[in-house]
Design a protein around this ligand. Structure first.
Ligand SMILES: Nc1nc2c(ncn2[C@@H]2O[C@H](COP(=O)(O)OP(=O)(O)O)[C@@H](O)[C@H]2O)c(=O)[nH]1
Ligand SMILES: [Mg+2]
Length: 433
């Protein structure tokens, strides 16, 4: 789909952003594109954190409300940070800011459209309903010259930066330290020369791109090795060793790429095949057949397996840019796999990809990743959905359109790799005991 463009001019955006301090706006919903309906609004805006709703009437008035709370069906919430506003098209006139009455609750309820208690956007009838006096003290004429007909309604996520919730140093020196860690890493078990990490996740999550990105960082320039973005997703099992100027001829890591997970039971890799990979029975280049998982009698099945051929860490690769990160079916599927992987005592982590797409502040500057409230929210969300501790979730931005390497992007990728090696070592230590 072509990108939906904001109706706010740059000047309007600047004025509106002033009302929040240091914040960026990310357009989630535009009624003229997504539909003047409560259903379309809910689909785009529920659970997105702080948002600002912007209404337009045919007299050129721009007005609306801010809430720091999630929108969610039939939910009533109190929000002391909520406010209403109006921007004026005369640049000399400051935006009007109407703070919430501190004694009154603001009820957020997306049943009909964005609601701020006294101001409700009735999307189906393209009107606002305004009954000032309870949560906010204002005159409808000040907001919109009492012209309640809506020609457009947009909802933006308000992206704010906070003190970093995880500390990373973004210098060349710290990048090089991560490289050094990888170069000097040796698996705890002497019979194993490389840690094997299996990447699992829904199609399009960024598995192949992560392998390409790793290869790029190790080589010192952007490369394209694994088939990223393949529309006809490969059904082959592929294992990747690396080499490169940065890490020498044999860095101690193998990344294993699988066919993606699908929501239904017929397509996508089966849980049985995943367990066979983890146990080391699946040969490189094996063609999966979702209808018939690999068995001991299947051609190529690896019968006697050494520790080095087994998987030592599993990484779930999940796209952070989707409004709902994991559907109920996908959550169930991954939880099912997780419980089997737990029984095998394999450490597991999550790579939360596409953070540049999920949060525009990170898109502008990758160093904002741990300062983005939105990314933190997504980390919590995925942690809760999969029952994985936050410490095991690493946000990454892959090299997907870039032509040149960038220090901050390298640091995120290398941090994820270091985390994998550390977890693999936990596995080796447990084996030794
Ligand atoms: N913006 C953004 N796009 C990404 C990122 N990683 C992957 N992509 C895109 O997402 C699509 C799917 O990625 P791919 O690696 O093929 O996913 P796979 O099916 O899990 O192997 C490709 O078009 C990539 O360009 C990322 O970190 N940021
Ligand atoms: Mg792929």
């Amino acid at each position: 789909m072509s990108e939906v463009t904001s109706r706010l001019t740059t000047e309007d955006q600047k004025k509106l952003s002033q009302l929040f301090g240091k914040a960026d706006l990310h357009l989630l919903y535009k009624a003229s594109v997504h539909g003047f309906s409560a259903h379309s609004f809910c689909a785009k805006c529920d659970g997105q954190g702080p948002t600002v709703t912007v209404g337009y009437n045919n007299q050129g008035f721009i007005f609306g409300g801010y809430t720091s709370q999630d929108f969610g069906k039939y939910e009533r919430k109190m929000d002391k940070k909520a406010f209403l506003f109006r921007l004026h098209n005369w640049s000399s006139i400051q935006p009007l800011h109407i703070a919430v009455n501190p004694d009154a609750a603001t009820f957020i309820n997306s049943n009909q459209g964005p609601s701020f208690g006294d101001l409700v956007f009735q999307l189906e009838s393209k009107k606002i309903e305004s009954k000032p006096g309870q949560s906010f003290i204002f005159n409808t004429s000040d907001l919109c010259d009492s012209n309640v007909d809506l020609v457009e309604c947009e909802v933006y996520r308000v992206e704010e930066l906070k003190a970093p919730w995880r500390n990373l140093t973004w210098t060349r020196n710290s990048r090089n330290k991560l490289i050094d860690f990888i170069k000097s890493y040796k698996p705890y078990v002497s019979s194993v020369s490389k840690a094997r990490v299996l990447l699992i996740g829904p199609v399009g999550g960024g598995k192949s791109s992560f392998i390409n990105s790793t290869n790029s960082v190790f080589r010192g320039h952007v490369t394209s090795r694994s088939l990223a973005g393949a529309t006809n997703a490969p059904k082959k099992y592929s294992t990747y060793s690396f080499r490169g100027d940065e890490v020498g001829t044999s860095p101690p890591l193998i990344l294993c790429d699988t066919m993606g997970l699908a929501e239904d039971t017929e397509s996508g890799i089966s849980s049985d095949d995943i367990i066979s990979i983890i146990k080391g029975h699946v040969p490189n280049k094996y063609q999966f057949n979702p209808a018939s998982p690999i068995k001991a009698v299947t051609k190529g099945y690896v019968k006697s397996v050494t520790v080095g051929e087994k998987i030592h860490c599993v990484a779930y690769v999940i796209d952070s840019s989707k409004a709902t990160i994991l559907s109920t079916e996908m959550e169930k599927k991954i939880r099912g796999i997780r419980s089997q992987v737990n029984l095998l005592d394999i450490p597991q982590i999550v790579l939360l990809t596409k953070v540049d797409e999920a949060c525009p502040l990170v898109g502008k500057d990758v160093e904002n990743v741990y300062r983005s409230k939105y990314i933190e929210k997504k980390v919590m969300e995925v942690g809760e959905q999969l029952g994985i501790p936050i410490t095991c979730i690493v946000p990454v931005k892959n090299y997907w359109s870039d032509l040149e390497l960038d220090c901050a992007t390298d640091i995120l990728i290398l941090s994820a790799l270091v985390q994998m090696l550390r977890y693999a070592d936990d596995y080796f230590e447990d084996l030794d005991e």
